[in-house]
Design a binder for this molecule. Structure first.
Ligand SMILES: Cc1ncc(COP(=O)(O)O)c(C=O)c1O
Length: 413
């Protein structure tokens, strides 16, 4: 049996005729950039995400950049975010000459820990203090809803209010995810979404979208995405060319009505994995990550070599009207790279999101970080292993993954 990490063919097959006629319509119109098709999709997403304003753009990376440009982030200012994310989050901050201030993660959810944010803002975070972060120049927080589960937005929003900071939700992996009854993008000043093909709502190329609360900021984003010009050829700001193609918008409009059903299927698949792993008796609770754990590399963690840690949903979800949409189903294991090879030999795809935390990226090597500054992120980068998940995955495929992984782990007994 073969179980790929993601199978986009299965989804395409189920919507092929609708997609083809949507593409055909765009071809017949010969209108490819912005226009009514894009406007219609923006309205649909705004409705879906309870947003007042929504603007398509070229990618999730550009959505983050546009949000930071809209609030006029300047060189030398600071933005708090997580070190355990895709580079686009930190990269958007740095590209504007601003400085990312990292707050370590909650190891159970892999998402930014609000206590860490609070310590930075109170001037009590040892790393921020060592690097002489000027708290008065912190302008925003970018929580990332990693793997499809929202960060702890209640305390994050409280801190943002207390310190008068903007909140830009990086919801690239979390469209349709919920926390305490609100949907991803609904808490912050901005919600940034990606339609990269492998995302839960994936285009057939690059694409992104930004949702915005404030009307004036919304207008600014709209202007910024077309070179900062309004009217055309009269540039108010130095903007960029970041637009969603009509073709991608048409495809996404076909897919959007299926999103809830697809997310539900992903949730069911995650629950099936959890139950199967429990049945096989190979699960372990999360171990405490510490600086010493990082000093000793992967060997320092208390996680037994023949067990794995299941992904966990934040307290109360879904009972508390929260919803993880399992963009990824990510477990923790030791000997991760060997396990990936062994899975590959059994025809099973897997991936590491992400192997290098932001503070250890070469491009940030002059910022003065040490590996052990964010031990929980380093530990996650050593142990995280994403297993195949997509709406069409079959119970047989999942049983195959679990039985093979159980066998591989038993070699470490
Ligand atoms: C957390 C996160 N932020 C931002 C992005 C950037 O999105 P895009 O690839 O559409 O630029 C991604 C996409 O991979 C992501 O996973």
């Amino acid at each position: 049996m073969k179980v790929p990490l993601l199978d986009l063919h299965a989804q395409y097959k189920s919507i092929k005729s609708e997609v083809k006629s949507a593409i055909d319509e765009v071809l017949e119109s010969q209108y490819f950039i912005m226009g009514d098709t894009v406007k219609r999709f923006e309205a649909e997403i705004a409705d879906n995400c309870n947003a007042t304003h929504a603007f398509g753009c070229a990618s999730g990376s550009d959505a983050l950049l546009l949000a930071l440009m809209a609030i006029d982030i300047k060189p030398g200012e600071y933005v708090i975010t997580t070190p355990f994310t895709f580079f686009a989050t930190a990269g958007a901050i740095s590209r504007l000459g601003a400085i990312p201030v990292f707050a370590d993660i909650d190891p159970t959810t892999f998402n930014i820990d609000p206590n860490e944010i609070e310590a930075i803002l109170n001037g009590e975070h040892p790393v921020a203090n060592r690097l002489a972060v000027d708290v008065s120049k912190i302008r925003a927080i970018i929580p990332v809803h990693l793997y499809g589960q929202m960060a702890e937005m209640t305390p994050i929003m409280e801190l943002a209010k207390m310190y008068d900071l903007y909140v830009i939700e990086d919801a690239a992996q979390a469209i349709g995810s919920k926390y305490k009854g609100k949907i991803a993008g609904e808490f912050g000043d901005f919600g940034c979404f990606s339609f990269f093909p492998s995302k839960n709502l994936g285009a057939y190329g690059d694409g992104g979208l930004i949702t915005i609360k404030d009307a004036a900021l919304a207008e600014k984003v709209d202007i910024l995405r077309t070179h900062g010009a309004r009217p055309k050829y009269h540039n108010i700001y130095v903007g960029m060319n970041s637009r969603l193609d009509a073709m991608q918008a048409a495809i996404l409009s076909v897919k959007l009505p299926y999103l809830d059903e697809w997310s539900q299927k992903r949730r069911e698949a995650a629950q099936r994995y959890n139950a199967l792993f429990e049945e096989h008796g190979i699960t372990s609770l999360i171990s405490e990550c510490s600086s010493s754990c990082v000093d000793q590399g992967n060997e320092g963690c208390a996680l037994p070599e023949n067990k794995l840690v299941l992904p966990s949903e934040i307290e109360g979800a879904p009972e508390n009207d929260g919803k993880h949409i399992y963009h990824q189903y990510t477990v923790r294991v030791k000997n991760r790279d060997e396990i990936i090879e062994a899975l590959k030999n059994e025809g099973i795809g897997s991936a590491v999101y992400y192997p290098v935390p932001m503070h250890m990226q070469k491009c940030y090597s002059d910022m003065g970080f040490k590996s052990e500054d964010f031990p929980k992120s380093v530990c996650a980068a050593n142990q995280a292993l994403s297993l195949p998940i997509y709406p069409e995955i079959t119970p047989e495929q999942q049983e195959y993954v679990v039985s093979k992984l159980t066998k591989i782990l038993s070699n470490y007994a």
